[in-house]
Design a protein around this ligand. Structure first.
Ligand SMILES: [Zn+2]
Length: 211
């Protein structure tokens, strides 16, 4: 609720330079032209459990400002914009029919502080855009290591380090959604948990990646 209110109260302006922007666009033309796009088709190599992962942008310049707007400023209206940019540049086959989008769960303390789960908002906006379902099958515990029963030892360890666990069966074909990929450890841990609970294939897409 708060993010909706803040959206209404926030003056329209560029999220990167604070300059004037006509309409509801989150970046002015100058900052939009400086977005650090990556070469199309540049995918990350597979991890042990994770298949391909993809991000359209480097986490730098105006792309970083947009992620911060999504994450810290409770600017829920940003998610549809980020989703539209990802949808426009998506690589072939990643979001194929039959795929289910799975948001990477935020740490519960952070979600409570922000009152908003940024990866969830991004996944929902992408789902609307691409006509794909969203399944919130991952949970994150405030205390890592809690409630990891029912998984194999390896999966338990990978998920436990980050407090990630499954809440039900995973869809067969998942694409994890998050705002930024840093080391990839979170995505890999989520993929391990999904694979252990029914997913046959897990890929990942983030708005930006740390270079
Ligand atoms: Zn600007």
């Amino acid at each position: 609720m708060w993010h909706l209110l803040l959206d209404l109260l926030a003056p329209a302006g560029c999220w990167a330079c604070d300059g004037h922007v006509p309409g509801a666009h989150p970046l002015c033309a100058g900052c939009a032209a400086e977005l650090p796009w990556l070469d199309p088709g540049q995918d990350g190599g597979p991890g042990a459990a994770l298949g391909r992962w993809w991000a359209p942008l480097d986490f730098a310049g105006p792309a970083r400002d947009l992620v911060h707007a999504l994450k810290f400023s409770a600017a829920a209206g940003i998610a549809p914009y980020l989703a539209s940019q990802m949808a426009l540049r998506r690589p072939q086959g990643l979001f194929a029919p039959g795929v289910t989008l799975v948001p990477v769960p935020a740490h519960p303390l952070r979600r409570r502080r922000r009152g908003f789960d940024h990866a969830d908002a991004l996944a929902v906006a992408l789902g609307v855009r691409l006509g794909l379902p969203v399944a919130r099958v991952l949970r994150r515990d405030a205390r890592p290591g809690a409630r990891q029963r029912g998984l194999g030892r390896g999966s338990r360890l990978a998920g436990a380090a980050l407090g990630v666990r499954a809440a039900g069966l995973a869809p067969q074909r998942c694409v994890l959604i998050d705002d930024v990929r840093t080391t990839g450890a979170t995505l890999e841990a989520c993929a391990v948990v999904l694979r252990a609970t029914g997913a046959l294939r897990v890929d990942a897409a983030t708005f930006a990646r740390v270079p």
